[in-house]
Ligand binder design. Structure first.
Ligand SMILES: [Zn+2]
Ligand SMILES: [Zn+2]
Length: 443
């Protein structure tokens, strides 16, 4: 007999199989939604635009750090619950999962927005500046939440055209949970955010300082796998004037810092990008005492499996050998934090015509994998994922402040465009899979 759990996982497996079959057997993407539906999407985007921009500004003025997105989550749930969405709150801490059941039966897809802000003091000169000192939406997650919320409103108004189910995920702590806490996409997945109903694909996006009106995407690897490390060098304290009686942890640490630079520059394939950054170095007690202890902290970013496996081994060997050479002790802690975001090739190919049709070929730019990290990877590891970048640079400006800058100020014209893009992507994904399930010709 099937327990509810095995029944659920059998159902998930079936949905995934159907979606995989749809992706694999797809000779060409259907023409997209009919012109009337496309027009209705445009009308609904326009109808909701002013309110969503207002909500974005409200969230921007009231930014909340990871796992503390209480008011942001409340606002989103309060907006969707009265409209009949099946809303679950408190997922992975402050996360919100809102399910829209379409007017027609069909498969399920999910779309994710992150809600957290960063510990940065805003310097951008905008009338809706952050009211929370030292906290700012410098990564555009206010835009992500608003665009996904706006898309939920648009698709709710077009419910009769929705074949299946759309799960809207509002995720906490993308930038990392506070010390000692869990959180983010990994926890959302573990708490079943993609399971009820079982999603066949997951969509996500990030704002990017590229001209508004453009999107960037590519199949395969999108962002780097990221790891963190802590190196503790243990020396022996002595009088600064009698160094021969001690073991100087500062000198050992300095050698380690220099030698670690060779991991990428000398020991890795130059055509396979990797980054090794030491972000902090702390140690010593006083200027006239030989330092007993130095702690180095940093991050490693890789794109390939080879580097992901090889780099920590090389690092450990360098650290231990240098410490040993000087009779110092050392501790090497290495933790894999985030896997790469990976765009499912077939899903990406299926979505390309949707994007080129909406924006024009010249506005769909090729994404080159970056060494940034994104915890959307946990969602895209569970089911096929499609992740793209939405241009938010004001075209009148030569350049825009980058993500995580205190001056970051995305062009809000990207908000209605984002709603339009997501509405089409989600409807096309559901329609494409439904067509396969119904045995429609051409699939
Ligand atoms: Zn960020
Ligand atoms: Zn971000």
């Amino acid at each position: 007999m099937m327990t509810p759990r095995t029944a659920r996982s059998a159902r998930s497996a079936l949905v995934l199989m159907l979606f995989a079959a749809f992706l694999a057997g797809r000779p060409s993407w259907p023409a997209g939604v009919d012109p009337k539906t496309a027009q209705r999407i445009d009308e609904e985007v326009e109808k909701n635009r002013a309110e969503i921009v207002k909500i974005r500004r409200f969230i921007h003025m009231n930014p909340e750090l990871g796992n503390r997105e209480f008011e942001t989550a409340r606002l989103i749930a309060a907006k969707l619950e009265p409209l009949g969405f099946e809303v679950r709150t408190g997922v992975a801490g402050t996360g919100v999962v809102a399910v829209l059941r379409g007017g027609q039966p069909g498969p399920a897809v999910a779309v994710r927005a992150d809600m957290d802000a960063l510990p940065i003091q805003e310097t951008a000169n905008v009338p809706f500046k952050s009211l929370n000192p030292g906290v700012m939406h410098a990564c555009g997650h206010d835009v992500h939440s608003s665009v996904v919320l706006g898309t939920a409103l648009v698709l709710n108004a077009l419910k009769d055209k929705v074949r299946g189910t759309v799960t809207f995920l509002f995720q906490p702590a993308e930038e990392g949970a506070p010390e000692g806490e869990e959180g983010g996409a990994d926890l959302m997945v573990r708490e079943g955010a993609l399971d009820t109903p079982p999603a066949g694909a997951v969509f996500g996006f990030h704002v990017w300082p590229e001209t508004v009106g453009t999107v960037l995407f590519a199949p395969g690897i999108v962002t780097a796998a990221s790891s963190t490390f802590v190196i503790t060098v243990k020396g022996k304290s002595a009088h600064a004037a009698r160094p021969h009686e001690g073991v100087d942890a500062v000198v050992v640490a300095a050698e380690i810092v220099t030698a670690l630079q060779t991991v990428v520059s000398r020991a890795s394939d130059p055509t396979d990008p990797a980054v090794l950054t030491i972000g902090t170095i702390n140690g010593g007690a006083r200027r006239n005492i030989i330092a007993e202890r130095v702690v180095l902290e940093g991050t490693v970013r890789t794109l390939s499996e080879t580097n992901r496996k090889k780099i920590p081994l090389l690092m450990e060997s360098i650290v231990k050998n240098i410490a040993g050479m000087h009779d110092a002790g050392c501790q090497f802690e290495y933790k894999e934090a985030l896997p790469s975001v990976f765009n499912n090739s077939e899903l990406c190919a299926a979505m390309t015509p949707t994007l080129t049709k909406l924006l024009g070929k010249d506005k769909t730019l090729e994404w080159k994998p970056q060494m940034i990290a994104e915890d959307f990877s946990f969602l895209a590891r569970k089911v096929p994922g499609f992740y793209f970048f939405l241009g938010v640079k004001n075209p009148a400006q030569a350049s825009a402040a980058p993500l995580h800058s205190p001056n970051f100020n995305p062009d809000e014209r990207a908000i209605p465009l984002g709603m339009r893009i997501l509405s089409h992507l989600l409807l096309d994904a559901l329609n494409g899979q439904s067509a396969l399930a119904a045995g429609a010709p051409g699939f």
